[in-house]
Structures are given as structure tokens and as C-alpha cells.
Design a protein around this ligand. Structure first.
Ligand SMILES: [Mg+2]
Length: 246
């Protein structure tokens, strides 16, 4: 008898295939499971029109907003490595825990207008959506819940008991350039997906092109020249996603 507390071992002997055999303890045959087809979205300027870090800056006034926005743009256009701006922006902003919920709501208010329907269509075709972001996990979570996306890979923020900024998870890959392909390789090792598609607007997203089956550039909010030029496919609305997912 296989108890729910026992770990299932998933083995794949016939490759390549989208079906795998699930076995319980002692190699007991439990049936066939499908390898997931991962549809991985960037968040900022992709699933929503905003850049969360810029909005955290805006909460500190116009001057802070402008400094932060300029650094974000330089990083997303590939002019500066992500790690050159990541900690610096947060040091300037000194976000407070009370800002988190407000910007979480803003992400929902500025959701890409065709995203919910596009996700429903993709799910019906067997895709599992996820978010992989260089933004902040607690700020993005409300949007993920709104869109029914269970898994969010993003950067944790730390606050003290009074809600004051105490730092971020400096070990997390998306705090640096090359972090997104690194995370996709980890997801491949963990989930053994049959297919991986990445959708995003930034150069940090474009970096995943060599490790995904399809990179989809997204230009509804910001059409970045390099992303447009190098992406295998470039779309300006999530409604266009269905025709490029095969
Ligand atoms: Mg983005």
C-alpha cells in the first residue's frame, strides 16, 4: 500500500517522450503521468504594464522614481548587467512593507488585458503557466493568484518587525544577469518538462533563448530593439500566444 507520505519516484526510460511512468515505493507501477509543458512568463512589462521596482520608487517621490526607472531601463535594455542595479535601486528606495500590498494591487489593475483568456486557452492545451521574475515575490503574488498561476519564482524581500527594509535574497539567480537561464535549467532538472516556452520583454528574458524550446519576445508595453531582433517570435498581445504555442 502506498501511503501519501511516501515520495513518488518518476522515471523516464523511453526518451524522448512526453509520457513517463510513475512508481511508488518498491517500484510499484502507479500509472502514466505527462511531463509538463511549461509556459514561463516574465512579470513586469509582460503580464502587467508596470515595473514593480519603479513603483516602489514612485512611492518614495518623483526624484527617486526617476533614478530607479532609468536604472531599470538600462538593465532591461542590456546596457547594464542586472546585478549592477539590483541592490542599488533597493538601497535608494528603502521600501517599506506597507508598500507591498498597494503595489500588489497595482499589478492586478494593470494586468495585460488579454492575459487571463490567453492563460485559459493555454491551460486547455495542456500548458502549465509559471512566473519567473527579477521582481519581488511578495509584490507579484497577488497578480499570480489573480491569474491562477501557482508557482512564482522571484526575489524575496526582508523586513524587520516594524516593516522596515532589511535586504533582499542576494543568492537568488534573477538578481543577476544570466539568472533566468540558470533558473530554467533548475526547473528542467526538477520538473523534466516536455517543452519550455519563455515569454518576456527584457534582455534578461532573451538570455533564456538557448535553454528554452521557444523564446517569445513581448512588446506591448516596451518594444526593446534587441529583444525584437533576436526573439524567435515577437508578439504585442497575449491574445497572439495561442498561435505560437504548439
Ligand atoms: Mg519584464
Amino acid at each position: 500500500m502506498v501511503r501519501s507520505s511516501q515520495t513518488l519516484t518518476i522515471t523516464c526510460k523511453q526518451a524522448p517522450t512526453s509520457k513517463r511512468v510513475a512508481r511508488g515505493a518498491g517500484g510499484r507501477f502507479l500509472g502514466r503521468v505527462s511531463a509538463p509543458k511549461l509556459l514561463i512568463f516574465d512579470c513586469d512589462s509582460t503580464l502587467s504594464s508596470i515595473e514593480g521596482i519603479d513603483e516602489l520608487g514612485r512611492a518614495r517621490g518623483v526624484e527617486v522614481f526617476k533614478r530607479v526607472e532609468e536604472m531599470t531601463n538600462d538593465a532591461m535594455n542590456g546596457k547594464l548587467p542586472v546585478q549592477a542595479v539590483f541592490g542599488r535601486r533597493l538601497e535608494i528606495i528603502q521600501p517599506e512593507q506597507k508598500d507591498i500590498a498597494a503595489i500588489g494591487r497595482l499589478y492586478i489593475e494593470t494586468v495585460e488585458p488579454t492575459a487571463a483568456e490567453a492563460l485559459a486557452t493555454a491551460r486547455a492545451a495542456g500548458w502549465t503557466p509559471m512566473i519567473l521574475s527579477g521582481g519581488f515575490r511578495p509584490v507579484i503574488h497577488p497578480l499570480a493568484d489573480f491569474l491562477g498561476i501557482e508557482r512564482v519564482e522571484a526575489v524575496d524581500l526582508f523586513f524587520d518587525a516594524d516593516g522596515r527594509y532589511m535586504g533582499f535574497d542576494e543568492t537568488y539567480p534573477t538578481t543577476r544577469s544570466g539568472g533566468k537561464p540558470e533558473m530554467i535549467n533548475r526547473l528542467r532538472a526538477e520538473l523534466k518538462p516536455a517543452k519550455v516556452v519563455m515569454v518576456g520583454d527584457g534582455v534578461s528574458d532573451l538570455e533564456t533563448k538557448p535553454v528554452v524550446d521557444l523564446f517569445v519576445g513581448f512588446g506591448r508595453y516596451v518594444a526593446r530593439e534587441r529583444v525584437k531582433r533576436e526573439a524567435a517570435v515577437f508578439i504585442t498581445s497575449m491574445a497572439e500566444l495561442a498561435k505560437v504555442l504548439t
